[in-house]
Design a protein around this ligand. Structure first.
Ligand code: PMP
Length: 761
């Protein structure tokens, strides 16, 4: 503390400073001073009239609290002129000054948290809020600032300072949820003056009891429940089991100051908002002043809790809060009633996953939230490619839908801009794109174009392939037409064996396998030679049980197809957009370039969209026919969404994550394969894996065990599926935001299931 300041304190407050120590502060300067053997806190702030009013308002609140509550809180001390705050002239800008009593005690952040202590904290804060209900102050009421959850949106400006896109998008997700779930209820929420910063460094503990609270600098007229949200944020953010600690606090608070059902309903999102405020401000403060470490004291814990909060989910958290305060949980319709209702008008030919289907209510990134409060780790659904409800994708759709949605017969920019961006991901020979609304429509169109271009009629397909649900795409899908209930193989279809290196005709670890299968395929083609319009295959055949086409197969088949005048189509509906890690498109894995590519599912993260990418020549031929028009294909909303998907893949480096997490995930499965004889094969690439479940030590399918694993995993809150000719292959293809910790959880859970299975054999 400089001499001028000491002199000022002497002159204006009438005390002689004998010792002074600067304390950490967010954006003001605070000192612990000693005068006449008494400790005081001296605070200074850059002068503005608005802040001067606010400091005075805060003083009023402090005086009220001190009068009415038997707790310790700082007391403003009068200057000699009778004012509780003064304006100090200074060369580099005037300062606001105030002197406060010093409150002793340990910080809540420095002591071990126990249930009785957190109970005491809940009781303490509720009593404080009861008292603050009596404070009425216009300056505080008119305060609008980023640390008030009510003004959450003011923090959006700081979001850009968060360095990692993936972190930024978690924050953006909670901004969006706040708008959808909380803001509509603003008018119904009760407001009052709240302390608004009951964090562990502002709450004091003496002899295992909460004895006081300091730093009323964040005081706000806000929703009462925001006081609870702030306190819970800091009670929970460093805890393994935040819901348990939240319950302890809530029970105590609710006993003194009963909360309302709506307040409890919104609490999950309000806590998330406070966490976001914290990380936004830390990031911004760091960006502005990298040496200010105080501004980011909470950062690590806040990020940890934000990610844990996603993994807990809103429904489970809300149920836990309700139980804590004794509110009834929402009554759920029994699942059989939900199914009966569905079947009144929806055919049972639309199957449902699991013996008892799951009623899904919400989702976020790699998590799905069921209505009963179960949060599932989704290791299966690949359509939300960049994550369920990804906020950037949602925002792109919402914004474009509000501006313009029309069809390709008008001009608008994002049809061309998205086409450019998409085609930049392909080699130069693939430079035309046709947009439709599903993978099926894309397969269908691709076959139509191939026939038109080549003037040929036959289509060569791979055993167990699946390409969609239109008549043509069923015709080319052995998985469907060859089903016992299927339509059978049409005369124009030429089917060839699945080049399966694990259990097909040429299985084994030998680099001629692909060539051997290719040679058989060419033999199959012989009778139809010169009449094959197209060959279509997936690079890794999903419905066959994630079977990669054997190495070298496409390299031999593609030229032969072309030689007799046909075109080669790669169905990338499952394998495209970076999922395979090393490759953006699956065909790259086979060292070939197709003439046409079919896209769907991940292209727009769940928004219905498909596309056919092809060469100039194929497009030119097609142009000679009747007009091609799809009412919805390539509409501005779809293009905006799909463009956001590509942006997110790049910003979050998701292809790289698919590689790193996918390699790790596969390595964990391989370790498991060495442990359990029922795992016959682990295959695939990136985050597109298949685990073949067999009768111990054989290659015979063990469908029952695969189903048991799938169902047990559901019970342990992990979503995975089975597929393949015998439905004995575990299929995992999660959103590309899947983490190594998620991968470990899935494999550890399967380990647990198999351990129990072998113990009970
Ligand atoms: N091709 C492949 C490889 C697929 O997996 C699918 C869908 N499972 C389709 C095409 C059809 O896509 P959609 O369901 O969007 O019509």
């Amino acid at each position: 503390m400089n001499t001028a300041l000491k002199q000022y304190i002497q002159e204006v407050f009438g005390i002689t400073v004998t010792q002074a120590k600067q304390l950490d502060g967010y954006d003001n300067s605070n000192y612990l001073i000693v005068a006449d053997n008494t400790n005081y806190i001296f605070k200074t702030y850059g002068y503005t009239t608005a802040l001067f009013d606010l400091v005075q308002a805060e003083n009023e609140a402090l005086l009220h609290v001190a009068k009415s509550l038997n707790t310790k809180s700082p007391q403003p001390l009068k200057a000699k002129n009778g004012a509780y705050a003064t304006r100090m002239p200074a060369e580099n800008g005037d300062k606001i000054c105030r002197l406060l009593t010093y409150v002793d005690g340990s910080f809540l952040g420095d002591v071990t948290h126990t249930e009785p202590l957190i109970t005491a904290f809940g009781t303490f804060l509720a009593k404080l809020d009861v008292e603050l209900q009596l404070v009425n102050n216009y300056t505080i009421q008119s305060r609008s600032w980023p640390w008030d959850i009510k003004c959450f949106e003011l923090n959006k400006a700081y979001m850009e300072a968060i360095p990692l896109a993936k972190d930024r998008h978690v924050v953006l997700y909670f901004f969006q949820q706040f708008e959808a779930m909380v803001r509509p209820h603003f008018p119904e929420l009760r407001q009052q003056i709240i302390h608004n910063d009951a964090n562990e460094w502002n709450v004091l503990v003496t002899e295992h009891a909460v004895s006081g609270i300091i730093d009323f600098g964040d005081i706000a007229q806000s929703f009462l429940i925001n006081e609870v949200a702030v306190a819970l944020t800091y009670v929970c953010y460093d805890k393994e089991d935040p819901l348990r600690w939240a319950s302890v606090f809530l029970k105590a608070y609710h006993k003194v100051l009963p909360l309302k059902p709506l307040e409890i309903e919104l609490l999950y999102y309000l806590i998330a908002a406070r966490l976001c405020i914290s990380v936004c401000n830390s990031a911004y403060a760091k960006q502005e002043n990298p040496t200010n470490t105080y501004a980011s004291v909470s950062e690590v814990s806040a990020w940890g809790m934000l990610y844990r909060w996603l993994a807990i989910g809103p429904i489970k958290a809300t149920n836990s809060f309700k139980e804590a305060v004794g509110f009834e949980l929402t009554t759920l319709l029994p699942i059989d009633k939900v199914i009966t209702r569905r079947h009144q008008h929806i055919s049972s030919i639309l199957s449902m996953s699991y013996d008892t289907p799951i009623y899904m209510e919400r989702s976020a990134f790699q998590y799905m939230y069921a209505n009963d409060g179960t949060t599932f780790l989704d290791a299966y659904n690949n359509i939300p490619h960049v994550g369920h409800s990804h906020p950037k994708v949602v925002a792109a759709g919402q914004q474009q839908m509000a501006i313009l949605n029309t069809n390709t017969r008008y001009l608008y920019d994002n049809l061309a801009s998205y086409a450019e961006r998409l085609l930049s991901k392909f080699p130069p020979s693939l430079n035309k794109v046709f947009f439709v609304n599903s993978g099926s429509a894309a397969s269908d169109l691709a076959i139509r174009m191939a026939k038109f271009h080549t003037g040929k009629s036959h289509v060569m397909v791979v055993e167990q392939g699946y390409h969609g649900n239109t008549q043509t795409s069923i015709d080319i899908s052995d998985y469907k037409f060859n089903n016992p209930k299927g339509q059978g193989q049409k005369p124009y279809i030429l089917k060839t064996a699945l080049p399966d290196a694990y259990k097909g005709k040429y299985a084994g670890d030998n680099d001629t396998i692909g060539a051997s299968y290719a040679s058989d395929a060419l033999n199959d083609m012989e009778p139809f030679k010169n009449n094959v319009a197209a060959f279509i295959a997936e690079p890794i055949v999903g419905c066959a049980g994630q079977v990669p086409l054997a190495d070298g197969y496409l390299k031999a088949v593609y030229p032969a197809i072309r030689k007799q005048g046909g075109v080669c189509i790669s169905d990338e509906v499952q394998t495209g957009f970076g999922r395979l890690g090393n490759y953006f498109w699956g065909y790259e894995m086979h060292g070939v370039i197709p003439d046409m590519v079919v896209l769907g599912k991940p292209i727009a993260n769940g928004h219905p969209m498909g596309a056919v990418v092809c060469t100039d020549e194929i497009a030119a031929s097609f142009e000679k026919g009747v007009e091609f028009f799809s009412s919805f294909g390539g509409n501005p909303v779809s293009c905006a969404i799909a463009e956001a998907v590509l942006e997110v893949i790049e910003e979050e480096e998701l292809q790289q994550n698919a590689k790193e997490t996918g390699d790790y995930y596969a390595s964990l499965f391989r370790d498991l394969m060495h442990k359990y004889p029922c795992i016959g094969d682990v295959r695939g690439a990136g985050l597109f894996l298949g685990i073949e479940i067999v009768k111990d030590g054989t290659k015979l399918p063990n469908t029952d065990l695969a189903h048991l694993i799938k169902n047990e995993l559901k019970g342990l809150h992990v979503l995975i599926s089975t597929d393949g000719q015998f439905d004995n292959v575990l299929k995992t293809k999660p959103a590309l935001c899947f983490t190594k910790a998620n991968a470990k959880r899935v494999v550890d859970t399967i380990d647990r299931v198999l351990k129990a299975y072998y113990e009970h054999l």
